[in-house]
Design a protein around this ligand. Structure first.
Ligand code: FAD
Length: 461
């Protein structure tokens, strides 16, 4: 069977080996993970090296489609329909001269330089693709991160994560169901205080804060779309719990203070300096003795790297991130690079590691495009320098707040309101531009704008 230009042996073998072309074959660059960083990387490498046959570019991802991860809290709140934003890897591969192999990276044979990729099954658990071995000359690990429950009792069982589109959709459906149940109870009861929806978000970082505000917006829209019994502020209670002394720890204190004020004005309870110690099916317990009633708990309080990277014999840190040198190569295997959330890369200006952010993944992908050209030419590799352009926090339709790192003024500058909103929206457009070019990004922006005019502001089913 031919799949994306690679010959695959019959599926009767438990692990099929993709046949390598003859020895004159081009250098094979395999990128695992088509997220914020990995997809930009293969798109540009495909256009620059794959198209000319100078290298064979292969993307491996466990999913069939890509959605920029910073949009997931909007999917969870129902304010974004993922179907209108997802990109099919197989189509992107065809347009940009790389090959796509769907499947989860299960293991790595570093001696023989082969990646083990798991079988892909359909909804009825019938095989679509077999387990495969994919050879590489250069491997780039870009598999991102997953939620870290830090071993808190009950967290893995009772909290929901928003690492993938399906998880975010699950959160949305649970919120909608909880609101509808409460609406029914309120309609049947004389006592308006009898029933409430309690939503608890754990983690006061950017994701938790943005989700809290987005949920308040959803609550208001839902009550306008038929859930008339629900008073969005009174009947849908949202709490944000942060173990540290304040929300948004990486941002300047004045932005955290302003954001707290804005959240409280939206009737969102902000609890800081209170560590979650246990989760139950209907409650969140904190170290100070607080017991927060919860119909739905979302965990947005930290990341770790998928377990597979801990099994492949590369040095990793306590979060499972691959420790890389400033050239983004593993410190023990120069044929393996890592970028984005799954990499621990030095940030000499601060003495810390580069933070797990989309802007870091984007910058690292840009560097690796240059690195791959130089590697093929046998030249020295460039060194990664992270440029922190600041952070923007979207509070849904209510406000946007954040800081810009001004290169001219050499310090952080606070921004808020319309200008901040425009900049926030432009981050996703920059990602789209890296994937599709300027013209298609502009067409897509117009198409999205028109589509929004013809759809409800919240996904209702
Ligand atoms: C709700 C939310 C909001 C956020 N908001 C912001 C923001 O506003 N600004 C910002 O800078 N950052 C934000 N982030 C963080 C940002 O999304 C990440 O830092 C960024 O996506 C990391 O990019 P990446 O390429 O390393 O990984 P990802 O974008 O996570 O991509 C990883 C890819 O690897 C694939 N994969 C995973 N495991 C395997 C495997 N074993 N085999 C094959 N494929 C695999 C996944 O399917 C995925 O496609 C947010 C994160 C979340 C969850």
């Amino acid at each position: 069977m031919w799949l994306n230009g690679i010959f695959m042996e019959t599926m009767t073998h438990s692990a099929t080996v993709l046949k390598s072309p003859p020895s004159t074959r081009p250098h094979r660059i395999v990128v695992v993970g088509g997220g914020a960083g990995g997809l930009e990387l293969v798109t540009r490498l495909g256009d620059q090296l794959g198209k000319q046959g100078q290298a064979q570019i292969i993307l491996v991802d466990s999913a069939a489609t890509h959605l920029w991860k910073p949009l997931l809290h909007e999917v969870a709140a129902g304010s974004m329909d993922p179907n209108t934003h997802q990109l099919e890897y197989i189509a992107q591969a065809r347009w940009h001269h790389f090959e796509f192999q769907q499947g989860e990276m299960l293991d790595l044979d570093r001696v023989n330089r082969k990646l083990v990729v798991g079988a892909v099954l359909d909804d009825d658990r019938h095989p679509i693709l077999p387990e495969r071995h994919i050879p590489y000359d250069t491997l780039v690990l870009a598999i991102g991160s997953v939620t870290n429950f830090f071993g808190v009792p009950g967290a893995a069982e009772h909290a929901m994560a928003i690492d993938t589109v399906s998880q975010a959709e699950h959160v949305r459906k649970r919120i909608l169901a909880a609101c509808m149940r409460t609406q029914t109870r309120l309609a049947e009861s004389e006592d308006a205080s009898a029933s409430k929806v309690n939503l608890v978000i754990i983690g006061g970082g950017a994701t938790g804060v943005e989700l809290a505000a987005e949920l308040r917006n959803t609550a208001q829209v839902l009550s306008a779309y038929g859930l008339h019994q629900l008073d969005p502020r009174r009947d849908i209670q949202i709490a944000l719990v942060e173990a540290g002394p304040r929300i948004l720890p990486p941002l300047p204190e004045r932005i955290a203070t302003e954001t707290t004020r804005l959240l409280q004005a939206l009737d969102i309870q902000v609890l800081t300096g209170d560590k979650v110690v246990e989760l139950r099916s209907n409650a969140v317990l904190t170290a100070s003795g607080n017991v927060l009633a919860s119909d739905l708990t979302v965990w947005a309080g930290g990341i770790k790297v998928p377990a597979v990277l801990g099994r492949v014999g590369l040095p990793t840190n306590s979060l499972g991130q691959v420790i890389v040198s400033p050239t983004l190569q593993s410190i023990t295997d120069p044929d393996i690079f890592a970028l984005g959330d799954c990499a621990s890369c030095p940030w000499p200006a601060t003495g810390k590691s580069v933070p797990p952010r989309a802007q870091a993944a984007h910058q690292q992908a840009s560097l690796l495009v240059k690195s791959m050209h130089r590697r093929l030419a046998g030249k020295n590799l460039p060194v990664f320098t992270y440029r922190d352009h600041g952070s923007l926090i979207s509070l849904g339709n209510f406000d946007t707040v954040g800081n810009l790192m001004g290169r001219l003024v050499g310090r952080s500058v606070k921004i808020q309101g319309f200008f901040a909103r425009l900049l926030y929206l432009s981050l996703y457009r920059q990602h789209q531009m890296a994937l599709h070019g300027l013209l298609r990004m502009l067409l897509d922006t117009v198409a999205q704008w028109l589509r929004q005019r013809t759809m409800p502001r919240v996904k209702l089913h």
